[in-house]
Write a protein that binds this ligand. Structure first.
Ligand code: SF4
Ligand code: SF4
Length: 274
């Protein structure tokens, strides 16, 4: 079973819920696919045993074979390859490694080289489960290949918790494709409700079942409850706005291992997902 924890925006408590769920489910594995800003490992404290480089292809043009016909530039929707007057310019950082320019080149002038865009770190956590997290290199535009690799590496695991990127970007879609259930973490504020609506729309279009955890309950107003009721959305649990949680977060501790009442809440979420 693959369960993704996602949110409409950063800072809602997505990682708090993802790490606590995984740490309380024996034989599960946690993958942090928020590769631009991974932070699950700060709480799970894995003993890193393996670091795997993730590489992508980028095109290289053989000037002897190139006729400057322009077909590669016309094809590339990312403007990563640009036939100019005397040569073909390649902007490898914005190439999405789709392989299309090679296919449309009539003279076979295009081949590929590889470059590293980030790493996947793998290890055993202090909570006796394994975790893997992706880490995109600074300056790279897309971490989708790292996310795909993380998912591929865990495709045979029995229970996988996915700490997803926030929002509804390509990276989020890559992280949640093929999951069985999504947990949306939101907060009862106007921003929380507004951003959650986009996530709900995305999940419905992708035909993914989901429920909501309201974090920082008691902080804002009732709009989130009215919205969930009107849309027939299950509220799995509420986590109150509590200074103790902020202190545990700041010290890198899991609330379910420090406060019994929060462990019960996490167990409730797990049982409702099951
Ligand atoms: S591989 Fe795709 S994205 Fe990269 S330059 Fe070629 S057409 Fe553009
Ligand atoms: S499609 Fe091939 S031949 Fe045409 S400009 Fe691009 S690299 Fe050169």
């Amino acid at each position: 079973m693959r369960i993704a924890v996602l949110s409409g925006k950063g800072g809602t408590g997505k990682t708090t819920i993802a790490t606590n769920l995984a740490a309380n489910k024996k034989n599960s594995i946690l993958i942090d696919t928020d590769v631009e800003e991974p932070n699950s490992h700060i709480f799970m404290k894995p003993n890193i045993e393996e670091n795997i480089a993730v590489k992508v292809n980028y095109p290289v043009v053989d000037t002897d074979k190139c006729t400057l016909c322009g077909k590669c530039g016309t094809f590339c929707r990312y403007n990563a390859i640009l036939p100019a007057k005397n040569n073909v310019l390649v902007f490898e950082e914005i190439c999405h490694d789709c392989g299309g320019c090679e296919l449309v080149c009539p003279t076979g002038a295009i081949s590929y080289k590889q470059r590293e865009i980030g790493k996947i770190h793998c290890g055993k956590t202090k909570y006796d489960i394994n975790m893997k997290y992706g880490d995109l290199n600074v300056g790279e535009v897309s971490g989708v290949r790292i996310i795909e690799k993380l998912k591929d590496m865990t495709k045979n695991e029995e229970v996988v918790f996915i700490d997803s990127p926030p929002g509804t970007s390509c990276a989020t879609v890559a992280a949640i494709e093929d999951i069985d259930f999504a947990v949306i973490v939101t907060e009862p504020t106007p921003f929380g409700v507004s951003d959650m609506k986009m996530v709900v729309e995305m999940l419905r279009r992708m035909n993914i079942k989901f429920g909501v955890v309201i974090n920082k309950a008691g902080l804002g107003d009732d709009e989130i409850y009215d919205y969930c009721k009107s849309e027939n959305i299950d509220i799995l649990e509420e986590i109150p706005f509590d200074e103790k949680i902020a202190k545990l977060y700041a010290s890198g501790d899991l609330l379910s291992y420090e406060i019994e009442s929060y462990k019960e809440k996490i167990m409730t979420i797990l049982s409702k997902i099951a």
